[in-house]
Design a protein around this ligand. Structure first.
Ligand SMILES: Cc1cc2nc3c(=O)[nH]c(=O)nc-3n(C[C@H](O)[C@H](O)[C@H](O)COP(=O)(O)O)c2cc1C
Length: 200
């Protein structure tokens, strides 16, 4: 009886701390024209620890993988499987991007950014976006191709907004899968670190 009471207390405490974030509606106009964004696109690995404002986070995630028409997204997906999921690691916790609800659903509390990559900069970037693909829905090659489109969307958004970003294949996929509690054949494929550039 006592054990059950303790379990219930622990569960309600963790639920009370789980805080989803309702994002502001994405701003789908503005930014640099496409050719200027392409001219500015680059990898940057030096980040300031400054947090991204909610509006920037919303715009970034919409650009990455939001819905831009009924049922379809800013990134193409093979056979329209939409098998990708974006986990967003912030200082406050780890969240799953719910593009339909335009929300970040909290999955873990606390700062787990260092776990998203093998290079030290992952711990400094304001948002580390882990691209997770469901290999049960498509073959592995197509899932990797689909993740590339999302990555390039992030690169172009960052170029457009003068943010720093780097996509990383050098990640501990198994450890990330365990941390995120990925079910079925979902796999962490890449981490894309995003933030304000470090002031040098
Ligand atoms: C699939 C892929 C994986 C990458 N993995 C890493 C990585 O683990 N660490 C890193 O610092 N950069 C990584 N990069 C970034 C490349 O090093 C970078 O794109 C390349 O040096 C060209 O520079 P640019 O993006 O500025 O044109 C990766 C890029 C791609 C496309």
């Amino acid at each position: 009886m006592k054990t059950i009471a303790i379990l219930l207390l622990t569960l309600s405490a963790s639920l009370a701390f789980a805080q989803d974030i309702a994002l502001p509606a994405p701003q789908t106009s503005g930014g640099k024209p496409l050719m200027q964004a392409l001219a500015a696109r680059k990898t940057s690995r030096q980040f300031s620890d400054r947090a991204l404002p909610p509006q920037t986070l919303s715009n970034l995630l919409w650009a990455a993988y939001g819905f831009n028409r009924p049922g379809k997204r800013t990134a193409p997906s093979a056979r329209n499987q939409q098998e990708m999921e974006l986990y967003v690691f912030l200082k406050e916790g780890v969240y799953l991007y719910d593009a339909k609800a335009n929300k970040l659903l909290q999955k873990i509390t606390g700062d787990h950014r260092p776990a998203t990559g093998k290079q030290a900069f992952a711990a400094n970037a304001a948002a580390d976006i882990v691209l997770v693909g469901d290999i049960a829905k498509l073959n592995r090659e197509l899932v990797h191709a689909d993740s590339g489109f999302i990555s390039q969307n992030i690169y172009l958004y960052c170029a457009s907004e003068d943010l720093a970003t780097v996509v990383c294949g050098s990640i501990d996929r198994e450890a990330l899968g365990k941390l995120l509690g990925l079910q079925g054949q979902r796999e962490a494929l890449y981490t894309q670190c995003v933030g304000y550039p470090a002031e040098l």
